[in-house]
Design a protein around this ligand. Structure first.
Ligand SMILES: [Zn+2]
Ligand SMILES: [Zn+2]
Length: 299
């Protein structure tokens, strides 16, 4: 079995998860104030982050009809119980301590089917593109290209991951965003105008020159740049015109590139274009400046 260890958010086994219940406070406001006091009592304890307070909207009365609110502690792991009860007793209320039969923490890694991942995207943010650095046995580790969070993806029919995440083998669950279609990169434009155009530098490709229109035999110098999305890429190709092509792949809808070529004679123009787009944006003016660029200034 494969073991993945790159989820730092995983709660280590055996940590306390004390649940303090407030019963019979009658008024929600007072119950909330009491909850704040409870958290203050434990402010200096490391387990305060694991702690929850449950407010029961109840009225507890005795035979005379007088209110008898109380606290109840359910501590999933029995650590620190004596200390917790001692502290709670300072609040001047009765404290019940119930013995839990068992506690089943929710999965720290979400496991969804590959079908639902395709339909609804990242279980955390709904983004459709990501990478699968580890896979095997009908299970995979998927990392979102937008929020960077990880989930487990299971092939159809697989109900439990064969890949371990810090010792946990996530089981199939329904997609948390079921019903909301996955989304790609939004068609944003830079505030400064133009379009996003993140150059990956100058390489070689089968293309034509953006200055003179020469076609490669077979390769010309070329800039490949990431653009925001397919629509933005189409606008950039129109903006540049001659020598620019869209590189869009169905299976990578959020890694859209525009490629711009240059022949040997116009290599300096391509270098100038690369320099002018170093801020990550391109505009009609930038394209014109690069096209008009000349090493030997004209008179
Ligand atoms: Zn995400
Ligand atoms: Zn040329």
């Amino acid at each position: 079995m494969l073991i993945c260890t790159f989820n730092p958010l995983h709660r280590s086994k055996g940590e306390v998860m004390p649940n303090v219940e407030i019963h019979g406070m009658g008024k929600r406001e007072e119950a909330n104030q009491l909850a704040d006091k409870i958290f203050q009592l434990f402010a200096d304890k490391p387990y305060v982050d694991e702690m929850v307070v449950t407010i029961f909207d109840t009225f507890v009365r005795d035979k005379e009809g007088d209110s008898q609110p109380f606290l109840r502690l359910a501590n999933s792991c029995q650590d620190h119980t004596t200390e917790i009860i001692q502290k709670l007793r300072r609040l001047g209320l009765d404290v019940e301590h119930v013995q839990l039969q068992a506690f089943y923490p929710k999965q720290t890694i979400i496991a969804v089917s590959v079908n639902e991942l395709n339909k609804f995207g990242c279980p955390h943010c709904g983004y459709r593109s990501g990478a699968m650095p580890v896979s095997g046995g009908g299970s995979g580790v998927w990392q979102c290209g937008e929020c960077g969070k990880t989930c487990c993806v299971l092939a159809e029919g697989v109900v439990k991951s064969t890949i371990g995440f810090n010792g946990e083998y996530p089981e199939l669950q329904s997609h948390p965003r079921r019903g909301t279609p996955a989304h790609g990169r939004p068609d944003n434009k830079p505030d400064s105008g133009g379009e996003f155009f993140r150059s990956r530098g100058i390489g070689l490709d089968d293309c034509s020159c953006f200055v003179c229109g020469t076609k490669g035999h077979p390769m010309l110098h070329n800039i490949a740049a990431f653009v925001q999305c397919k629509e933005a890429g189409e606008r950039v190709v129109t903006m540049i015109g001659q020598g620019a092509v869209l590189d869009y792949r169905e299976y990578e809808p959020d890694r859209v590139q525009v490629k711009v070529g240059a022949c040997d004679a116009h290599y300096a123009n391509l270098e100038e274009l690369d320099r002018l787009v170093s801020s990550g944006t391109i505009s009609t003016n930038v394209v014109k400046m690069a096209r008009d660029f000349s090493l030997t200034p004209s008179k």
